[in-house]
Design a protein around this ligand. Structure first.
Ligand code: MN3
Length: 202
């Protein structure tokens, strides 16, 4: 069964004014669709065909650039759409709130650390909140379409919140103002989904 482009779960304009409809449409229907198609092409007829994306990335041969770039792109965007929600955002609470406060001191200090990771990732990449077995959380960033599941990247654990800082994610609306895009992201985070992912991964 080939990988399928997942539905967004909301309309392209649902995250406005924080993320504009045109950006969302191109990002999902062109960029994410492209990663999905190329991933399927890269694994067709190999022993990776039929494996889960988590299995593929966790055991990835990092010299396999087609699977690294497109498998990462498929997984990262699939996560990204779910951690944003125009209506049901919830709020930081429960065990995840406790873990974030234990690591960073406060929600605001976490936001500062995550925003810094996103702003200082040079060129294209992602900022992440990851959880390690036992529940400890970590903020980091990765270049291109790499992610924390892959072997030998700068951070580990399971990503539970990710922010795309490729220019294609914000340039139409924000041009070079990546920090404004990062601030806007915090207006649309679906904390219920992040917390669900935390509970499943810790
Ligand atoms: Mn992207």
């Amino acid at each position: 069964m080939a990988f399928q482009l997942p539905e967004l779960g909301y309309a392209y304009d649902a995250l406005e004014p924080n993320i504009d409809a045109r950006t969302m449409e191109i990002h999902h229907s062109k960029h994410h669709n492209g990663y999905t198609t190329k991933l399927n092409g890269a694994i067709a007829g190999t022993d990776l065909e039929g494996k889960s994306i988590e299995d593929i990335l966790t055991n990835l041969d990092m010299s396999n650039s087609a699977v690294r770039n497109n498998g990462g792109g498929f997984y990262n965007h699939s996560l990204f759409w779910t951690v944003m929600n125009p209506e049901d955002r919830g709020y930081l609470s429960g065990d995840l709130k406790d873990a974030i406060e234990a690591e960073f001191g406060s929600k605001d200090a976490f936001i500062e650390a995550f925003s810094k990771a996103a702003a200082t990732q040079f060129g294209s990449g992602w900022a992440w909140l990851c959880v390690h077995k036992g529940g400890k959380v970590e903020v980091c960033s990765t270049p291109n379409q790499d992610n924390p599941l892959m072997p030998g990247v700068s951070c580990g654990g399971t990503p539970i919140l990710g922010l795309d800082v490729w220019e294609h994610a914000y340039y139409l609306n924000y041009q070079n103002r990546r920090p404004d895009y990062i601030d806007a992201f915090f207006n649309v985070i679906n904390w219920n989904e992040v917390e669900r992912r935390y509970a499943a991964a810790k």
